[in-house]
Design a protein around this ligand. Structure first.
Ligand code: ARG
Length: 457
């Protein structure tokens, strides 16, 4: 089979070598973007009189036919034609004859592939942002239902201070909000057209790059032709933003796994998002959360893969750049899979308020309340800390909690303590009183939820 670039070759290529170099097995994902890019290019060529109107129309109608066939899954791609660009050019020539060969005037696969990648990522990033937003709304829904549900808050995975469960959940809302912002801000760099940079140096034809950029809906063009064909920063930036997003989901997944264990019993996942064990009949596994935590690894891997591919690459295009695709596709696929699963998991989980209530009454997470109580009565906080620490130690030895200590013993430790202390020590009071801006106080959590709802519209 003759190659579209076969002119200067004496021998035909061997199939196994072709297979090694081909990207069609994966870049066929770019079929619609490639056809869209070609359509804009031809329109521009005709408008600039580089092609006649007649030629332009013939090519455009050929491209339309290919779009229909592509949507119907009727295009049979071949490794012999290496990649999506050459496959489509071959189909076009088969469809409309030699005039199809004029499509590639004033263009190279180097600016063509970069254009496809920009178009692809632009659309996917929009979808990912929508996926994040839907996930955020599930978080808000659960948080709203559990503003007044009190749980132990942890530091060092040890019970620290009682908090509102809604407040805890909302932490993930804000992480996701930053992820969304980062993705939207990166759009500025994704939304640029490399088309018309040619192989690397521009072209002798009187093209109009701004026109093709406009037709493709890009908000600007690359100002340097070498940069246009060799830049993959926009993909790296996406992979890095995706890594952070996965890291956030992985942290959340870890908590979901802990909370739904017998040891915590804070939540129960819906059966839809759980699996059984093939041997242990009692098991209900959190496979979806574990899988999302696990998939974080491949997304980081994709980021490091591309960083390493780009390191030390001389300008401008090198075939190494073909390696930019699989990791990007895989990352998009992983995010588009993980986001709705996580959203569903959160929306349908049952919060076991009974176990949370029990947990929060059987710990020392209210010790700060006692120290603060003394400090508010004028005792230097350091001394208040010492007094409270001694009382905690006394309780541990006797198997009590602070609320179980009789007033007389409390007063022996400090005469500043009065019988209003028992209310102060209640977990719910402790939470309600943490009303500093951004704190876990119920009023603050309601305020935070109001802001959050405005952000997701
Ligand atoms: N399949 C190639 C890629 O993905 C397209 C660009 C090929 N350009 C070239 N000069 N070989 O990067």
């Amino acid at each position: 089979m003759t190659k579209l670039w076969g002119g200067r070759f004496q021998k035909s290529a061997e199939q196994w070598v072709d297979e090694f170099g081909a990207s069609i097995s994966f870049d066929q994902k770019l079929v619609m973007e490639d056809l869209e890019g070609s359509t804009a290019h031809v329109k521009m060529l005709a408008a600039c009189n580089i092609l006649s109107q007649e030629e332009g129309n013939q090519i455009l109608s050929g491209l339309e036919k290919l779009k229909v066939k592509a949507q119907a899954g009727e295009l049979e791609f071949s490794t012999a034609n290496e990649d999506i660009h050459l496959n489509l050019e071959k189909f076009l020539i088969d469809e409309i004859g030699p005039v199809g060969g004029k499509l590639h005037t004033a263009r190279s696969r180097n600016d063509q592939v970069a254009t496809d990648m920009h178009l692809y990522l632009k659309n996917r990033v929009k979808e990912i942002i929508e996926g994040i937003q839907a996930f955020q709304s599930a978080i808000v829904e659960q948080a709203e239902a559990h503003v007044e549900t009190v749980v132990p808050g942890y530091t060092h995975l040890q019970r620290a201070q009682p908090i509102s469960f809604g407040h805890h959940l909302m932490t993930y809302f804000w992480m996701l909000q930053r992820d969304k912002e980062r993705l939207s801000e990166s759009m500025k760099r994704i939304d640029l057209s490399p088309l018309g940079a040619g192989a690397m140096s521009g072209t002798t034809f009187p093209i109009d790059r701004e026109m093709s950029a406009d037709l493709l809906g890009f908000s600007g063009v690359y100002q340097n032709s070498l940069d246009a064909v060799s830049d993959r920063d926009f993909i790296l930036e996406f992979l890095s933003n995706a890594s952070m997003l996965m890291m956030h989901m992985s942290r959340f997944a870890e908590e979901i796994i802990l909370w739904s264990s017998e040891e915590f019993r804070f939540i129960e996942l819906d059966d839809t998002f759980s699996t059984g064990s093939s041997i242990m009949p009692q098991k209900k596994n959190r496979d979806m959360a574990e899988l999302i935590r696990g998939k974080t690894g491949r997304v980081y891997g994709n980021l490091f893969g591309l960083l390493t591919t780009l390191k030390g690459l001389p300008l401008a295009y090198n075939k190494d750049l073909q390696e930019d695709k699989e990791g990007m596709f895989d990352t998009v696929h992983t995010l588009m899979g993980s986001l709705p699963i996580f959203e569903g998991m959160v929306r349908t989980m049952t919060v076991r308020t009974d176990s949370m209530e029990k947990a929060v009454h059987s710990d020392f997470s209210n010790a700060t309340e006692l120290a603060d109580y003394l400090a508010a009565k004028g005792l230097p906080f350091r001394e208040a800390h010492e007094v409270t620490g001694k009382l905690v130690f006394m309780c541990i030895q006797r198997g009590y909690y602070l609320k179980d200590l009789p007033l007389a013993e409390l007063q022996e430790a400090s005469p500043l303590i009065e019988d209003d202390i028992y209310d102060v020590l209640l977990p719910k009071t402790a939470v309600a009183r943490r009303n500093s801006l951004g704190g876990t106080g119920f009023d603050q959590v309601h305020y935070q939820l109001g802001l959050a709802k405005q952000l997701i519209g």
